[in-house]
Design a protein around this ligand. Structure first.
Ligand SMILES: [Zn+2]
Ligand SMILES: [Zn+2]
Length: 228
């Protein structure tokens, strides 16, 4: 847990149930579960970015641990892939698994519905939207080709891949997405949970793809031990 600077990107880890939160320019990528917003507010103050000055929220997908904090950024507009947008617009607590986190799902306005290939400006960076369905239908990764940085949401982590056993999940789609990522030139991976991959991201993704299997296929696992 804590705050880490990765060049011009600030990575915030508030708790075990929060997604990683990335601050880039006046944009926040994912907002966590929303229960620890006082801590998040304090972190943002340190980085001279009061919550009410954040202009854009970019959600990597619809799960509540990534969107639960959206409402605290009162001046921000929300962007999410078009396939995941209805869950926010309808306040769909079941699909967003809000209840699992004990959270209240509210209807949210989506200002920008993203598509594969769209370009999103954040600070001095330009990220390409890479549609990577599987964990959810509208999961996205964000790729900055200049320094080969990939913000990967819950599609791929430093030591595993996204689960596909939740509503909207599809393992075959996830595999296809990982195959696509494994052909891209990636160095750094900034995932939705856990630690950063500092280099050789393409290789890491390739190895994880080889080992990937649906959650619980071979052994009895506690589904709640894995990031949502
Ligand atoms: Zn997550
Ligand atoms: Zn998720």
């Amino acid at each position: 847990m804590g705050v880490k600077k990765i060049g011009d990107i600030v990575m915030v880890q508030l708790s075990d149930v929060d997604s990683n939160i990335y601050l880039i320019g006046d944009t926040v990528v994912d907002t966590g579960v929303g229960f620890n917003f006082i801590r998040l507010r304090d972190v943002l103050r340190v980085f001279k970015m009061p919550m009410d000055t954040v202009k854009n929220i970019l959600n990597t997908h619809y799960h509540f641990d990534h969107i639960g904090g959206n409402g605290y950024f009162t001046a921000a507009q929300i962007a999410i892939h078009e396939a995941d947008a209805p869950v926010l617009e309808n306040g769909d607590a079941e699909t967003s698994v809000a209840e699992f986190f004990g959270g209240n799902m509210h209807k949210m306005k989506v200002a920008r519905k993203l598509k594969d290939g769209d370009v999103v400006k954040m600070g001095a960076r330009e990220f390409q939207v890479v549609h990577t369905p599987g964990h959810t239908p509208g999961s996205i990764c964000l790729y900055d080709k200049k320094d080969k940085t990939l913000i990967s949401g819950d599609t791929v982590f430093a030591n595993g891949v996204g689960r596909t056993d939740l509503p909207g999940g599809d393992f075959d789609q996830l595999k296809g997405s990982l195959q696509r990522l494994s052909k891209m030139d990636v160095q750094k991976i900034l995932p939705g949970h856990g630690s950063v991959v500092e280099k050789d991201g393409t290789k890491v993704i390739g190895n994880l793809l080889k080992a990937a299997k649906p959650l619980g296929e071979d052994e009895e696992i506690d589904a709640f031990d894995n990031p949502v």
